[in-house]
Design a protein. Structure first.
Length: 372
């Protein structure tokens, strides 16, 4: 019976499978492979949105030729070889369609690339108009074009150091953007010099776009937030609650709202949402016992990082120490906290522990024509 099911009915059944189950189904027989591949090519990443996102971690230093992914469906860790990448890389941000944005670490000049670690596809983006070192980078997703098989996006690069005449370095007080539709960089305009300095020196490559504003967290003296209004090209600064008491702070997007996650020297981790009038409202605090477990005997939150997308948030330190997950349980109508063991072995083989940079994404098994 299963061998004779019409393709449309079989594709409907495949739509309920998790990515790893779909991959197994594709290898069962020619009929299923044809159906599964056709379904992926026609729907892109739609199949994955019914399942929790995967945690994808890349070593901060080139200690391993792999990235490590945690599958929340089976609660298992997997190693994905990155030997198809021509350069050592640093993870920056998820894009869309299962892709991640990377920065080459083999050069000090900012060189970006895209890859899908599951399909082993890779594409280096064109060089920027201005040669920059250590600028702030951000991603903005655009409304998909009619008939497009891949989501459109823009990559924004702000500030950084550039080489002035006679080799004297200076801050680059401009912003430029890469458009995935036209596949080229364009100078957007100038930016305040003080913003360029703070984005260059005090900002990691982590950004959040909310309501037409691209936000970066900065930690100059006390934490604050730099915002770029995409429609007006204006810059602004937001205050941060407990700014001088936070030992770590990160921005994520939850339910369409700008959300701040931070830990204080008292050992508490809090979650705030930005409300109307640029007022921060406390919405959640992490259970203290999970915080102590995450710290693992350390005296402060300095090495803690946080990633999140709608419906889930993860706090982590390194590959083997485990992480705390805050996830929306739609069947229960509430959010719950979980502990996830770190990656210390895969298939019985010990994995070295090291600092990581991570993102949350929905795996996409469909080859992307954009990366060809």
């Amino acid at each position: 019976m299963w061998n004779n099911l019409p393709l449309d009915i079989l594709a409907k059944i495949f739509s309920f499978l998790s990515p790893e189950s779909l991959a197994r189904a594709n290898s069962a027989c020619r009929h299923w492979h044809k159906c599964g591949r056709g379904y992926l090519l026609s729907t892109g990443s739609a199949v994955t949105w019914q399942h929790p996102p995967w945690f994808v971690a890349v070593p901060i230093r080139s200690l391993s030729g792999c990235c490590y992914v945690h599958n929340p469906n089976s609660d298992n860790w997997h190693a994905l070889p990155l030997d198809f990448l021509p350069d050592p890389v640093r993870l920056i941000s998820p894009v869309g369609g299962g892709l991640i944005l990377l920065r080459s670490t083999s050069t000090t000049v900012h060189q970006l690339a895209l890859c899908n670690p599951f399909t082993r596809q890779y594409k280096r983006l064109p060089k920027l108009n201005v040669s920059r070192t250590n600028p702030a980078t951000g991603i903005v997703m655009l409304e998909p074009s009619r008939g497009a098989s891949f989501p459109s996006f823009r990559v924004y690069v702000a500030g950084g150091m550039s080489d002035a005449p006679r080799g004297c370095g200076m801050y680059e007080s401009t912003l430029e953007a890469y458009d995935s539709v036209h596949e080229r960089w364009q100078i957007i305009g100038p930016m305040p010099v003080e913003f360029a300095v703070r984005l260059t020196v005090w900002t990691p490559d982590e950004s959040v776009c909310c309501d037409g504003v691209l936000y970066w967290m900065t930690s100059a003296r006390a934490y604050s937030i730099m915002g770029f209004e995409i429609g007006t090209n204006n810059w602004r600064e937001l205050s941060v609650p407990l700014a001088d008491q936070l030992e770590f702070a990160a921005l994520i997007l939850q339910n369409g709202r700008l959300t701040l996650v931070g830990g204080t020297c008292s050992g508490a981790v809090s979650v705030w949402e930005l409300s109307e009038g640029e007022v921060w409202s406390l919405v959640e605090e992490m259970p203290r016992e999970l915080g102590l477990k995450l710290l693992g005997g350390k005296s402060n939150w300095g090495s803690t990082k946080c990633v999140g997308i709608d419906g889930v948030m993860c706090l982590y330190r390194d590959l083997g120490s485990g992480m705390v997950v805050w996830r929306e349980m739609k069947d229960k109508g509430r959010w719950e906290w979980f502990w996830v063991e770190g990656c210390y072995s895969i298939r019985g083989k010990k994995v070295q522990n090291f600092p990581i940079r991570a993102v949350l994404l929905h795996p996409n098994l469909a080859p992307s024509h954009f990366l060809n």
